[in-house]
Design a protein around this ligand. Structure first.
Ligand SMILES: CC1=C(CCC(=O)O)c2cc3nc(cc4[nH]c(cc5[nH]c(cc1n2)c(C)c5CCC(=O)O)c(CCC(=O)O)c4C)C(CCC(=O)O)=C3C
Ligand SMILES: [Fe+2]
Length: 344
């Protein structure tokens, strides 16, 4: 697909055995000021699952689904995969592409929103990998944040309806939707997006989350009340991060008499460890303690609408088309301005 001769999936990476856990966590947190206690605690999350993060297998499954979709549509791009924090490392993948004679690559990151961790850091990873490989490294164009693409939204609509259907019929109609995204430091949130555009006081990431929650809720139907909540906070307690934490909010809702919640992990692309532990273990325990009925919607994973979105985004980039999106924020970071989502 002109001008590209390869597709690259870029992801976070995760450990796949017990011995990988500590070196992986050291990679993730190098130079990022995460307290040691937090690291030990997060290590336990991985050990609880035998040292295996689900994220790498989820990337393999997504690649298989993209391959089948590309083949059916006659898109003959080879597919490569590289991670920020674990094997297969992005630098090794870029070296392999250079060896294979790949010159120009279109890349998708497994993060849908604008903020440093989800967007800018992947651009930095690409620069670093290309520099390490040298003059033979291919040019790599990273696809823009895709938070309001219809394929991303539709997969959540489907999964949220399925979660509502798992609730007892008498609780379904009044169930509260809890939209859960990764918390980030307030300073990182405020620096998110394109500095030349207008954002709300909390920055582009929170604006995007609010739009996505509205879009999903409207399409699910049934006029459910909903809240935006955050999970997976780390960093020292002295540093302010986005709130409310999902567990704190559930506490308040239970006190207000809410009986059932559907948690929608709308900040994520697959059910990786932060979903499997922070929601399916921790938030589930909170719900049980409070006597709150909880169901968790699946994240996109390999939902057909999400897989079709990947091809649409590749074509959009190849053809230089206007970005497809359902909100007024679609163009945020679209042109990847050189200073979007920077930590200031
Ligand atoms: C916005 C965001 C996403 C969502 C977008 C996306 O999906 O990419 C995300 C995803 C992920 N985060 C992940 C894992 C971790 N994140 C950490 C730490 C941090 N995340 C941050 C932000 C985000 N993270 C931040 C601001 C920190 C503080 C340190 C720093 O400023 O960089 C730490 C360190 C320990 C801790 O403190 O928790 C770990 C182990 C995994 C892999 C899960 C698996 O193994 O299955 C995934 C997909
Ligand atoms: Fe994270």
């Amino acid at each position: 697909m002109r001008p590209y001769d390869a597709f690259l999936l870029i992801s976070f990476g995760g450990p796949e055995k017990t011995d990988d856990v500590i070196p992986f966590l050291e990679n993730v947190t190098r130079g990022r000021g995460i307290p040691r206690e937090r690291l030990a605690e997060v290590g336990e999350h991985y050990f609880l699952f035998g040292g295996v993060s689900p994220i790498n297998q989820q990337c393999r499954d997504l690649i298989d689904a993209i391959r089948a979709d590309f083949d059916a549509a006659g898109v003959d791009l080879p597919i490569y995969w590289g991670n920020r924090n674990w094997d297969p490392y992005l630098t090794e993948t870029v070296a392999q592409m250079a060896k294979d004679g790949v010159r120009r690559v279109v890349a998708l990151a497994t993060s849908a929103y604008s903020n440093y961790s989800s967007h800018r850091q992947y651009l930095e990873d690409i620069d670093r990998a290309r520099e390490a490989v040298g003059p033979d490294a291919p040019q790599i164009d990273l696809i823009r944040p895709y938070f309001d693409h219809p394929g991303f939204i539709d997969s959540f609509v489907d999964h949220t309806r399925a979660a509502l259907d798992r609730l007892p019929a008498d609780l379904r109609g009044e169930a509260r939707l809890l939209y859960s995204a990764h918390s980030i430091p307030i300073a990182m949130a405020q620096a998110s997006g394109d500095p030349r555009r207008e954002h709300g006081p909390e920055g582009a990431y929170v604006d995007q989350l609010a739009e996505v929650a509205r879009l999903i809720t409207e399409r699910v139907g049934g006029e459910h009340a909903y809240d935006l909540v955050y999970q997976s906070r780390s960093g020292p307690p002295s540093q302010p991060w986005l709130e409310p934490d999902i567990n704190d909010r559930m506490e308040e809702l239970a006190a207000e008499g809410v009986k059932a919640v559907v948690v929608v992990p709308y900040g994520f692309v697959s059910d990786h460890m932060e979903v499997k532990y922070d929601l399916d273990v921790e938030a589930v325990a909170t719900a049980e303690r409070l006597g709150l009925r909880m169901e968790r919607a699946l994240s996109p994973g390999t939902h057909p609408a999400f897989v079709a979105m990947v091809r649409d985004l590749v074509e959009e980039r190849a053809e230089g088309r206007e970005p497809a999106g359902l909100s007024r924020l679609t163009r945020e970071c679209h042109d990847c301005p050189p200073d979007c989502c920077k930590l200031r």
